[in-house]
Design a protein around this ligand. Structure first.
Ligand SMILES: Nc1nc2c(ncn2[C@@H]2O[C@H](COP(=O)(O)OP(=O)(O)OP(=O)(O)O)[C@@H](O)[C@H]2O)c(=O)[nH]1
Ligand SMILES: [Mg+2]
Length: 336
C-alpha cells in the first residue's frame, strides 16, 4: 500500500548507511529486500552482494516455539542480557500469521519494548505474507544486511508452525526450541521432528507455581533427547529452564550457545554448516527461478491447462501429462 509513496534512497546512501550501522537505513534496506517490486529487489540484491565482503561475522540464532510459549518475552530478556554485555543484537521476527491481522506484530513490539529502545538493538518484524517460498530468501538477505551493519548476534524468531522452522534451521548456527511444561507439547508427534532439529531446548515460564512442572519437563525432555541419534554436528542438545520474567536461566542459555559454538568450531562443523547453507540458498533460488519462469510462460501455462482437462477426462495419465509438459518446457519453454 505504501509502496508507491515510499522514498527510495540512492544506492550509495543505503550502502554507506548500513556500513555506518544506521538503523533507520538498515530498516529501509530490509524493506527494499522484502519488496515485491522488481526494481527494489534488484537494488537489494546488488546491495547485499556489495556488502558481503565487508560483513561482520555474527552468531546466528534461531528461536522457535508454539504460539504463546514466551518467545518474545524471552528474546526481550535475552536480548537485554546481551546488550548489557556490549553486544549488538538484531531480532528478525518472522510472523506467518500476519496475513490476516497485524495483531501479533503489534503485540511483539510492546513485548519487546525495552529491547526496542536499546541503542544496541534492532528489532524487525517480518510478515511472511503471501510470499511464495521467498520468505527464506528475504530473511537471509536481512541477516546479511544486519551483519554488514555490525550486529554481533542475529536472532530469528519464528512461530512453531512447521515449514518456517525448517527454513530458519537452514540459516542459523544454533537452533533453540522453547517449550512449555505440561502443555502437551511433549506428546505431539510434530514436536518430535522439531526437537530433533534443536541444539537446545529451554523450558519457559519456570517461575511461581510452574517451577516444579518446568523442572520435571526438563528431566523428561533431556531423557527424550538422549533417545535420539546425535545429529551431524555430534552435539548433544541440552535442556534448560528459564523465566524471562524473573530473568533466570538467561545467562545459562548464552553459556550453552557458546559451548555449542566452541564445540562445532573445534570439530569444524560450524564452518561446514555455513557452507552447506550457502549451497541450500543457491539451490532454493535456482528452483524458485525455474518455477517462476514456468509460471510466467504463457504457452506452457496454456498447455498445462489443456493437459489438466485431459487428465480429468481420463484421456492421459498424470505421469504422461507431466512428462509431456516438461518436454515442451525443455524445447520451447525457456524462450517464453
Ligand atoms: N510467568 C511467566 N509468564 C511468561 C514468561 N514469559 C512470557 N510469559 C507470558 O506468556 C504470554 C506469552 O508470551 P509471549 O512472549 O508473547 O509469547 P510468544 O511465544 O512470543 O507468543 P506469540 O508471538 O503469540 O507466538 C504473555 O502473557 C507473557 O507475559 C515467563 O517467563 N514467566
Ligand atoms: Mg511473539
Amino acid at each position: 500500500m505504501k509502496k508507491n509513496t515510499r522514498k527510495r534512497l540512492a544506492f550509495k546512501d543505503y550502502f554507506q548507511g548500513i556500513i555506518n550501522g544506521d538503523k533507520v537505513i538498515l530498516a529501509q534496506a530490509i524493506t527494499l529486500a522484502e519488496s515485491r517490486l522488481k526494481s527494489d529487489s534488484v537494488l537489494a540484491e546488488k546491495l547485499v552482494a556489495k556488502l558481503i565482503p565487508l560483513k561482520n561475522v555474527s552468531i546466528r540464532l534461531g528461536i522457535t516455539g508454539s504460539p504463546g510459549v514466551g518467545k518474545s518475552t524471552f528474546i526481550e530478556a535475552f536480548g537485554k542480557y546481551l546488550t548489557e554485555l556490549g553486544k549488538k543484537v538484531a531480532v528478525l521476527a518472522i510472523d506467518p500469521s500476519s496475513t490476516k491481522t497485524k495483531g501479533s506484530i503489534l503485540g511483539d513490539k510492546t513485548r519487546m519494548e525495552e529491547l526496542s529502545k536499546d541503542p544496541l538493538a534492532f528489532i524487525r518484524p517480518t510478515s511472511t505474507g503471501n510470499a511464495l517460498g521467498g520468505v527464506a530468501n528475504r530473511t537471509r538477505e536481512a541477516v546479511l544486511l544486519c551483519e554488514a551493519a555490525g550486529f554481533d548476534v542475529i536472532i530469528i524468531e519464528t512461530v512453531g508452525v512447521g515449514q518456517s522452522e525448517t527454513a530458519v534451521r537452514n540459516m542459523v548456527d544454533f537452533f533453540l526450541l522453547l517449550m512449555l511444561a505440561g502443555s502437551g507439547d511433549e506428546l505431539q508427534g510434530i514436536k518430535k521432528g522439531i526437537m530433533e532439529m534443536a541444539d537446545g531446548i529451554v523450558v519457559t515460564k519456570a517461575d511461581g507455581e510452574n517451577l516444579k512442572k518446568a523442572t520435571q519437563a526438563q528431566a523428561d525432555f533431556t531423557h527424550a533427547l538422549h533417545l535420539f541419534q546425535l545429529p551431524e554436528s555430534n552435539w548433544q542438545a541440552r535442556v534448560l529452564t528459564a523465566s524471562a520474567i524473573e530473568k533466570k536461566g538467561i545467562a545459562k542459555t548464552w553459556e550453552m550457545i557458546n559451548d555449542n559454538l566452541a564445540f562445532t568450531q573445534s570439530n569444524k562443523f560450524l564452518q561446514r554448516n555455513r557452507q552447506l547453507q550457502q549451497l541450500t540458498w543457491f539451490q532454493e533460488n535456482f528452483e524458485l527461478a525455474l518455477k517462476e519462469s514456468l509460471r510466467k510462460n504463457v504457452s506452457i501455462q496454456k498447455e498445462k491447462e489443456k493437459l489438466e482437462r485431459k487428465i480429468l477426462a481420463n484421456e492421459i495419465t498424470p505421469l504422461h501429462a507431466s512428462k509431456a509438459l516438461f518436454k515442451k518446457f525443455l524445447s520451447a519453454g525457456n524462450r517464453g
